[in-house]
Design a protein around this ligand. Structure first.
Ligand code: ATP
Length: 617
């Protein structure tokens, strides 16, 4: 999926293709404003040539008057003032329109990036560092590349028209004059192009370094790392690591910037030399009478201005290629097909939602197998507990059921009988709408409590009431000013919650959703015993009639399940009821006895302590 896999050096033609796609996007972002902006740019581009011509006509008019001839200098002065005024208006209009157009174009560009994230239903992309490089480049560029490209396109129009119009005025002196001036600038243009290409390739090479720099800063600043950073005195380490890396990074990037600015000086000198040669010719031609005084003024003003414009143009084109390369990357990202994708024509959701895994094997990225040949059938409505040691593959199983990943081999199916459908053939959004989950690593949105529960879906007040009471969130609300509308998260001046309170919030989120499949991955890990009992009661009530998957290490809680699956090293090794698995004397029985002994041991120690306390008091 990462666009970087396709990112190679783009040729001039490819960059033109990128421009051909970016330009209509620019136009579509605000058609009227873009039209106005181009008109202002066009007017601005034509005015220098008009002014130069007025200058020439004025000098020639003065010469004619001095020789006793006629000239309408008043009209020329009025034309000059009119052109100057128009220039001011066009300048102001261009500035205002360019700002608004860039705003629209930026929003459109970023919104498309966000829409693309919506079209990436899987989690596999997030585990590829190249994806993060792409996102880093696109995210940092999205705030200024559209603005820059807008400015480049406009400057191209403006400086391009100005150069052409000035060149046309110079044709009156000699056809070769503008040609020689352009040829004199070619080495400079070439050099600038090379330097910008180098700058871009370094930006790509250094993306991971830039991300690591940001990561060091984030760890030093962000709330979620703050306790350990302080307790373990991490700040000096982070600071030194940051400063060392930042200096090395800046040295490289500064080198490129300096080369972009200083490396072109000899080429600028060459083009100035060519211009000076043409000036010398004009003066010499005036001496022989081949050129009028107005002609000399025209050469000096038009050639000087044209050279400036062409040099600006060359710089704009060179920097423009960098922006186009960014857009090339952006287009590649938008076009890239993810491995876990929505099918072209999704099949309808089956009426009955049995779950079946058929010989499912899976491994993350190119790593070793995490699930091996798992086959299991879960009829709709069954409450199933999944247990097993750390790293056995329980959460991975859930990820496959939610189609965050596709299996390497085998199938995950929803439905019963003939209607059984591979999850790959369903619309992921429609499938996930059937599921509510409390994840082990649930999200902590720094919004209001209400938003955290409803996630933007307006439901019935009764649903909210059930979710809040079932999860035990009502106990949290009693102590919070503003109730459900209280904001959470210190970063926005909101309240902070304890680990258990956050977990209640995540539980309320799951209870709020009227789902047919309930997934609970260690849903009570942070809860106190009373809350745990309450939440389990709520889950038991909610689980009635719904397929429920409960992943837990607390074997006491699996008693609410109709069936227990035991996983070990990616394999499903036992499947049965609590009683049958105990009787079988396998892995489950061993785990159960281990926990039972632990509780019994704690009880013994508790009694002793209690007894001791009694003696002491
Ligand atoms: N995103 C990931 N990328 C690479 N490997 C992963 C990823 N997530 C999990 N793993 C690996 O897959 C294996 C199974 O992990 P999983 O989280 O499914 O286990 P689990 O049974 O849920 O464990 P626990 O009880 O500790 O939550 C582990 O070896 C883990 O290191």
């Amino acid at each position: 999926m990462p666009a970087q896999t396709q990112a190679k050096e783009q040729t001039g033609w490819e960059l033109l293709r990128v421009l051909r796609r970016a330009l209509p996007d620019l136009l579509r972002s605000a058609p009227l404003l873009v039209g106005g902006m181009f008109l202002a740019g066009l007017v601005q581009g034509l005015l220098p040539a008009v002014t130069v011509l007025i200058g020439k006509w004025t000098v020639d008019g003065v010469t004619r008057l001095a020789a006793g001839g006629q000239a309408n200098l008043t009209a020329l002065a009025a034309a000059w003032a009119g052109a100057a005024l128009l220039g001011q208006v066009a300048f102001a209009a261009r500035g205002m329109l360019q700002g608004s157009v860039a705003d629209h174009f930026t929003v459109q560009t970023v919104a498309r990036l966000m829409r693309k994230m919506e079209a990436l239903p899987g989690l596999d992309v997030l585990e590829d560092p190249r994806f993060h490089d792409d996102v880093e480049i696109l995210q940092t560029g999205a705030s200024h590349r559209p603005l820059n490209l807008t400015a480049v396109v406009l400057a191209l129009l403006n400086d391009g028209v100005a150069s052409l119009a000035l060149a046309a005025t110079l044709l009156t002196v000699g056809w070769w004059v503008p040609l020689v001036a352009v040829v004199g600038l070619l080495p400079l243009a070439r050099r600038q192009m090379d330097l910008y290409r180098l700058g871009w390739s370094l930006t790509l090479q250094k993306t991971q370094e830039a991300r690591e720099l940001n990561y060091h800063q984030r760890v030093a600043i962000r709330h979620e790392y703050a306790k350990e950073v302080r307790l373990y005195g991490l700040l000096p380490y982070l600071r030194d690591a940051y400063v060392g890396r930042a200096r090395a990074y800046q040295r490289t990037m500064r080198g490129v910037r300096n080369a972009q600015l200083g490396g072109v000086l000899p080429y600028q000198a060459l083009s100035l030399l060519v211009t000076a040669g043409i000036f010398a010719y004009a003066v010499q031609a005036a001496g022989t009478g081949a050129l009028t005084a107005g002609g000399v003024v025209l050469v000096i003003t038009a050639l000087g201005q044209m050279r400036d414009r062409l040099e600006a143009l060359s710089n704009i084109v060179s920097s423009g290629t960098e922006h186009l390369r960014w857009f090339g990357r952006y287009h590649a990202f938008l076009d890239a097909a993810p491995r876990v994708a929505r099918p072209e024509t999704p099949r309808p959701l089956p009426a009955r939602l049995d779950l079946t895994l058929e010989g499912v094997s899976f491994g993350y990225r190119d790593g070793s197998a995490v699930l091996e040949d798992v086959t299991v059938h879960i009829p709709e409505g069954q409450v199933v507990a999944v247990v097993g040691e750390n790293g056995a593959g329980k959460s991975t199983l859930v990820s496959l059921l939610l189609r965050f990943y596709d299996p390497r081999s085998g199938r995950v199916l929803a439905g019963a009988g003939e209607a059984r459908t591979d999850l790959r053939d369903l619309d992921p959004a429609a499938w996930r709408a059937q599921v509510a989950a409390v994840f082990q690593d649930f999200a902590r949105f720094e919004w209001t409590l209400r938003e955290n529960v409803t996630l933007g879906r307006a439901g019935l007040p009764a649903d909210l009431h059930r979710a809040v009471h079932g999860s035990g969130l009502n106990a949290v609300l009693e102590r919070v000013e503003g109730g459900l509308d209280a904001r959470i998260g210190a970063a926005f001046g909101g309240i902070d919650l304890s680990g258990g309170q956050w977990q209640k919030l995540a539980t309320a989120r799951a209870l709020y959703r009227d789902a047919r499949l309930l997934i609970l991955d260690e849903p009570t890990a942070a809860l106190d015993p009373r809350s745990e009992a309450e939440v389990f009661q709520a889950f038991a009530a909610l689980a009635r009639g719904r397929t429920t998957l409960l992943i837990t290490h607390r074997l006491g809680s699996v008693l609410m399940a109709d069936r227990i699956l035991v996983m070990k090293r990616g394999r499903l090794i036992e499947d049965g009821t609590h009683a049958s698995l105990l009787a079988a004397g396998g892995e489950y029985a061993e785990l159960w006895q281990l926990q039972a002994r632990q509780y019994a041991g704690q009880e013994d120690r508790g009694d002793a302590t209690a007894a001791g306390r009694v003696v002491l008091t």
